[in-house]
Design a protein around this ligand. Sequence first.
Ligand SMILES: Nc1ncnc2c1ncn2[C@@H]1O[C@H](COP(=O)(O)OP(=O)(O)OP(=O)(O)O)[C@@H](O)[C@H]1O
Length: 327
Amino acid sequence: MIELQDVHKRFGGEAAAVAGVSLTVARGEIFGVIGRSGAGKSTLIRLVNLLERPSAGRVLIDGQDVTALEGEGLRALRRRIGMIFQQFGLLGSRSVAENVALPMKLAGDRSGAEIKARVAALLERVGLADHARKYPAQLSGGQKQRVGIARALATDPAILLCDEATSALDPETTRSILALLDGLNRELGLTILLITHEMDVVRDICDRVAVLDRGRVVEIGAVADLFLKPSHPVTRALIAEAEHRETPVRQAGGRRVRVTLTGAAAETPFLTEATRGLEVDLTILDGRIGRTRDRPYSQLLLAVGGRDAEQALARLAACAELEELAA
Ligand SMILES: Nc1ncnc2c1ncn2[C@@H]1O[C@H](COP(=O)(O)OP(=O)(O)OP(=O)(O)O)[C@@H](O)[C@H]1O
């Protein structure tokens, strides 16, 4: 659906903002790109709808090379790709309904009555049916982003690009906007490419994620895999920051193992089962329990000692992924 092939973007003589990125976003997927400030995220997402032109490489949408599109071809592409922004990008002099109607008016392929009906339906869907006549300045940040989403969907795009769409919002409003995007993805099969510097956003809503560092993808994969077994230092640091913690502070004797379970197994009493009837000293040194978009996970750092430690570890290994760490 979205395919970037060895895409580069250089501004003047500076180091390349995007330095050879290749990735594919499947139809109907929510794909996240995460990275620190300056990593090249905004540039990357703007290359998809050609708000920026690649210096080298190709951008394909549904198999079509769009890199060289101009004029009507480019306008048609932008109607297939909606976009929302951190600062919402609404026109302050237009009402909510007028903001949402604008892309349809510009496209010029719907009657006034059709536009009116579609604006009403879109505002209803984003929960703003009662705010059509208001102006952006009268809305909260979350409401403004809802207008942004309605406007982005006005031309019925198959793809939605989200450029730090929740970064200006508080945590609760962020969750409500993510829930809206999640629902739209499921209902409409909307493909969503989002960029963010927040690992929480990726964990809650994305299917897959790429980590961008200095214009390059340093790690890519399913969110649960990357989140629970990060291999690149940048990924590790982003996760540690999101969880507000350093590596474990507790100490205990015995063998140190990291136990990871995802899916239904994560919600079983696996510690009880692993130690039932055994003489084991089990200390939980650290733990992460939560869920990614599609599955629950439990990841515990344990110290396992006592006479039957071996047996308990064997039982754990049978139901979980087990990684032994240096003591
Ligand atoms: N129009 C431009 N002209 C010159 N340099 C640019 C332009 N846009 C971006 N850059 C540079 O490209 C690099 C990547 O910027 P970009 O905004 O894509 O990163 P980012 O990961 O989105 O960061 P942030 O989250 O801070 O926006 C930076 O060094 C930036 O200064």
